[in-house]
Design a protein around this ligand. Structure first.
Ligand SMILES: *[C@@H]1O[C@H](CO)[C@@H](O)[C@H](O)[C@H]1NC(C)=O
Ligand SMILES: *[C@@H]1O[C@H](CO)[C@@H](O)[C@H](O)[C@H]1NC(C)=O
Ligand SMILES: *[C@@H]1O[C@H](CO)[C@@H](O)[C@H](O)[C@H]1NC(C)=O
Ligand SMILES: *[C@@H]1O[C@H](CO)[C@@H](O)[C@H](O)[C@H]1NC(C)=O
Length: 442
């Protein structure tokens, strides 16, 4: 019966216990913090630049860590990066004597309650996305630290000529949008050497590799006044291996296959079929990869030229094969026609005494007519037959020789094409390899 009678009393017991605990636990820090915050913000006006002497500039120290390259859009000349951005400045109205406030050295204050510099990135072309971080840290000497991650879409002049061995140099320029250098000055938070080669924050597993982040300070002179500005040059390099494997090597393989087709005899019709299939294969390959090659309005990537030249070679070698077959075909036809005409011309010239019937049916088979002829006629007939046969073989021989000449010419052309094929392929291979070595050694 004891638990059931105690049950309604439990909340009371708990409240009493917590009351006792609250009274027992001292809260000096929390009250000091409260007191300090109230004291700092009581007479604070966030509209006023926080300096006692208005002629003195507020110096804002900047730092940028490039964390990742999210997208490189060559067609729209846009670079999307994720950066960690730090700002530090002194607020002369937000300092306190820490020994008077329980040794509190740092407090956080809402960003919306204090003055903050209006620094923008000049190159931004799209809304930068960053989480709304509501607080900044202030230490007892009035130094304010503000940092935030930013996903930044910036305009950048992207060069794709050397794709996939390209190196991009994009700048991020920070300056105050309104305040001249007399009011707001900029400076570096870290030494510039540290900044240039610091890649600790960079996620190094993507397509792009961070080479350096160099920075410069300069003063921009304009009609509205002189503005301090800090420029970070983010230099990134593409990792080419995936493109070499998926673009260059298949293309070279197709070219080698086409090169192999030169071993099929030029007169063989299968060669045309073979070359056509290689050409179709190449077209399908190019359609497949068209998304991977960056499109740029200004310059065509060298690799695009390479593909086009490869295609031109395939077309050239196919048309050459077609021409060759057509030549051969024409040759055979004209030879047949020509020898037939020759034969008929001979017959007309010599056999004018023969009746048309004999001419039409052929000389050997006119037994009815020949029965009436005298013996000498038959001999003469045989003689002329022999002559005709010999002349037929002569013309045949001549045609054969002519055809052999044609064939030799075409074979020479074939060999020439083969050699220029080899030269161009070798040239491209050497160029690409040397470019690769050159740019990866940078
Ligand atoms: C403000 O600073 C300038 C130079 O920094 C100095 O010449 C001037 O006397 C200062 N004014 C006051 C009121 O302290
Ligand atoms: C801070 O306050 C302590 C005690 O109130 C005092 O002794 C000290 O001089 C003060 N320091 C400054 C920099 O005002
Ligand atoms: C406040 O922070 C700045 C910059 O980090 C530093 O130089 C200064 O000594 C700090 N002040 C105190 C009281 O810790
Ligand atoms: C990047 O471009 C800036 C000027 O836009 C130049 O000063 C800097 O040397 C370039 N960096 C590299 C590595 O080319």
């Amino acid at each position: 019966t004891l638990p059931s009678s105690m049950a309604p009393l439990w909340p009371l017991v708990l409240v009493a216990a917590s009351g006792i605990l609250a009274i027992d636990t001292p809260h000096p820090r929390s009250s000091a913090l409260h007191h300090l915050t109230e004291k700092l913000l009581q007479k604070y006006r966030k509209e006023v630049r926080p300096v006692h002497n208005g002629t003195q500039a507020t110096t804002v120290y900047l730092d940028v860590f490039v964390r990742a390259v999210l997208d490189v859009d060559a067609q729209n000349q846009k670079l999307t990066t994720s950066v960690w951005y730090h700002e530090v400045w002194d607020d002369e109205f937000l300092s306190w004597n820490s020994s008077m406030f329980d040794e509190i050295r740092e407090i956080s204050l809402p960003l919306s309650a204090i003055w903050a510099p209006d620094i923008i990135i000049n190159e931004f072309v799209d809304l930068e996305r960053s989480p709304d971080l509501p607080y900044v840290y202030v230490n007892s000497s009035g130094t304010i630290k503000h940092s935030k991650p930013i996903q930044l879409v910036s305009a950048c002049s992207l060069e794709t000529y050397a794709f996939p061995f390209d190196i991009q140099n994009c700048s991020l320029t920070f300056n105050s949008i309104l305040h001249t250098v007399e009011d707001v000055d900029l400076a570096f938070l870290r030494s510039r050497e540290d900044m240039t080669h610091d890649q600790k924050a960079f996620l190094n597993d993507g397509e792009w590799e961070l080479l350096s982040v160099s920075s410069t300070y300069n003063i921009l002179q304009s009609s509205a006044g002189d503005f301090a500005q800090i420029q970070f040059n983010v230099v990134i390099r593409r990792r080419p291996l995936v493109y070499v494997v998926s673009l260059l090597i298949p293309s070279i393989f197709l070219m080698l296959v086409d090169l192999g087709s030169f071993y099929i005899p030029p007169t063989c019709h299968a060669r045309i079929v073979f070359k056509t299939s290689v050409l179709v294969g190449y077209t399908v390959f190019r359609l497949n990869i068209s998304d991977e090659v960056p499109k740029s309005a200004v310059t065509t990537p060298l690799i695009g030229v390479f593909f086009t030249v490869c295609m031109a070679f395939l077309v050239l070698s196919l048309s050459k094969s077609i021409l060759l077959v057509k030549f051969l075909h024409d040759e055979q036809c004209s030879r047949r026609e020509w020898t037939f005409l020759c034969l008929r011309g001979d017959t007309d010239a010599e056999g004018s005494r023969m009746d048309p019937w004999a001419q039409l049916t052929g000389v050997t088979e006119s037994p009815i007519c020949q029965e009436h002829q005298a013996q000498p006629w038959t001999l003469r007939e045989v003689w002329s037959q022999l002559q005709r046969i010999s002349s037929y073989f002569q013309t045949q021989d001549q045609a054969d020789r002519q055809e052999a000449g044609w064939l030799a010419l075409l074979e020479r052309f074939d060999r020439l094409l083969f050699q220029s094929y080899l030269v161009v392929l070798g040239f491209y291979t050497i160029t690409l390899c040397s470019l690769w070595v050159l740019w990866s050694g940078l």
